[in-house]
Design a protein around this ligand. Sequence first.
Ligand code: HEM
Length: 610
Amino acid sequence: MKGSKFLLPALLKTLILPPILFALILWLFDRASNLNDISRTLGYILSFPLVYLIRSHLSVYLSNRRARTLGAKEMPRVGGRWPLNLDILVDWAKSGSEEEVGRMMVLLSRRYGKTYNTRVLGEDQIISSDPAVLKHVLVDDFDNFVKGEKFKERAEAFLGDGIFNSDGERWKFHRSLMRPFFHPAHISPSLFIPHIQSFFSSLPTDGEAFDIQGELGRLALNMAVRWMTGEDISSTSCSPCSAAEVDMEWERAKVDLGNAMTQAQKIVGRRVKIGTVWPLFELGSDPLEGPMRTIQTFFRPIISRAVERKTSRENNGVEKSSDERGDLHFIDYLINATDDQKLIEDQLINTLLASRDTLASCLTFCLYVLCLHPEISQRLREEIQTVCPDGQVSKDVIRELKYSRAFINEVLRLYPPVPLNIRRTLRPSLLPSSSNSAGAPAPMYMPANTSIILAFILMQRDKDVWGEDVNEFKPERWMGEGLGKKEREGFMSWNYGPRMCMGQPFALTVTHTFLILFSRYLDVIESGQSESESDSRRNTPKKHLEFAFDAQPEGTAIPPEWVTGKSLHGGGHDGRAREGRDKSWVVAEVVLAIKGGLWLRFAQQDQDGD
Ligand code: HEM
């Protein structure tokens, strides 16, 4: 059976061990013959919770003893209403949306502090939003906190041996292999301008509502594939290198690539949620087979063509000069560095995974905030008009855009595309405890082989870290001289430490270019000129961009009580919707997203321009 090397031990532990123990006890006390069938069946059934309870108490006892030996504090443990904290598990399962899970985390942290152990089903599961703990995990004890074998196994058929799926020396190898091509020298705004321009010109301006979140997903996919491979998958024409042998299968894979990536991510996400017994849910067929066939059908011919290009470069002796001219794409660079085509395929898939949804999420929330705060939108556009009056985007222009940079930071602070991260200990670790997390300065003991959820989004929305105005959208907080401690250590949207996002220069270049072109596009639409350059004198009605809440799919509008602040008994906000400031329902799906999409429309302005 395809599956898990963890499955057999887990089955043994959870399904087989309890009845065996029960049978052993009966045998030891020579009682088996005295029991009738009903008592024996009942005994077998009860042996499961009993063994769980014993195991759970034993592990708490051992953990506490070890903590005391090391002079550490016990980690605050969530005390649920039901045994083994089953009520917490049921609440999580019932909550239906990650936003609800996020709210549960907020409520739990109010009670237990910023770092606590949920201990669901007797397993340690730490959650933390304490900057000191997150830094400890991602920097100070970096080698001890890994993605882990369990994640690797669940994601292997999708991510192979790529950077996202490796730890230790293998991860170091990937990182150093990829690093040079992520240098800003290989990332130019000119690469993205045509994609972004055609994105804007495809938006309906006749008042029809459109879901820009979905469209931005496609834009991000196109830009990432272009940068990695040189292929323009937004065009309907076939690949430039294979004009003669148009391959229908490849064309289909090109169209389906985005969906296949999303499906593969969801399947891996589901495996992670199900846990060790995931292979039991895939006995009939392998759900990853279809999406992976599409993804491989798309990438393999591209890799072959890049190999041919390399051979031809070598034959012509132009390898070095073409790199210097910037003709090479990420794939060419990888092929110059290694002959291992499976490794190249894995790196491409890993990089596409890393770039597409995060970038789409970042751009979506930039637009969301601009619609939410017209005054901030105005200030951003003024800066862009001043720094870049002719609309020519360049790296120098981007460097000058201080307010835009602060704006992007603030978007990423409140809406981190990766809201939670997860790591697992190889060995025990002592987590720092700030005075308001465990109530004492002694460190907290964390056992080996334990997972910790790093709740970036909670830390970045925490009053203790960011001050009373934490929920306000204020780019100004990023505009002082140099970054303060909280901006450095209370902000981890790019991750932190050695495993920090490699694509930051790419994502920032794209986002700045997008904002500049968006600002110019709005100038044209709002002024009532035609968007088409050939027809620039023709006047069309003046329009402005606004939310189209009426077009939101059923069941995806933000619940009104979250906005009015009546979600707690006796009134008051419960931590959702930025204390009533959000107008759309923010959820953590694969990345942070708006439930049902971000629906906007260009509405006609009144005669007087209002
Ligand atoms: C706003 C957009 C982005 C955000 C917020 C973001 C955030 C992150 C985060 C939180 C991680 C750590 C993930 C983990 O530990 O599992 C990460 C890793 C990574 N990101 Fe990004 N990312 C963005 C865009 C991109 C883009 C556009 C690329 C590529 C072009 C990229 C490439 C990578 C790579 C290769 C890693 C793996 C680093 C490693 O494991 O050493 N990212 N990113």
